[in-house]
Design a protein around this ligand. Structure first.
Ligand code: NI
Length: 137
């Protein structure tokens, strides 16, 4: 079982006030939980910066009537095959598709995949969710 450690933190009253206000608006019940999440977010950012194996998601929205666009997106996905671990295609309406890719691999490769998909003409929106494999946090 994980050992819990208590520690004291000194900081300016005004800064703590702002933090408390912020965490209340995000529905945290206590400071410890909010601090844990901040620390984990920083550790995940570090994993991306240091080139460790990361995981995440890429969400794409595009119009499937543009056939060339669909082919280009597929070509790129095949080129980066090993770092795409799952994909889901949702037909949002008559025109628009939402594609969600679960990705895992080196940050450089995942970022390159995301940039390549985003740059395809006709992609309406693309968002990279930078997450973690969870091994080191
Ligand atoms: Ni579709």
């Amino acid at each position: 079982m994980t050992q819990l450690v208590r520690f004291g933190v000194s900081l300016e009253k005004e800064l703590l006030g702002k933090f408390d206000q912020r965490i209340r608006s995000k529905n945290y019940t206590n400071r410890s939980e909010a601090l844990r999440d901040l620390i984990r977010e920083d550790l995940v950012r570090k994993e991306w910066q240091e080139g460790k194996e990361v995981a995440g998601s890429i969400a794409l929205v595009y119009d499937h009537h543009k056939r060339e666009l669909v082919n280009k997106l597929l070509d790129i996905q095949h080129d980066f095959g090993t770092c795409i671990i799952s994909s889901q295609h949702i037909h949002i309406d008559h025109n628009n598709c939402l594609e969600i890719l679960a990705v895992k691999g080196s940050p450089e490769k995942v970022q390159r995949l995301s940039d390549s998909l985003k740059a395809v003409k006709g992609v309406k929106h693309s968002a990279l969710g930078m997450s973690t494999t969870g091994k080191d946090i």
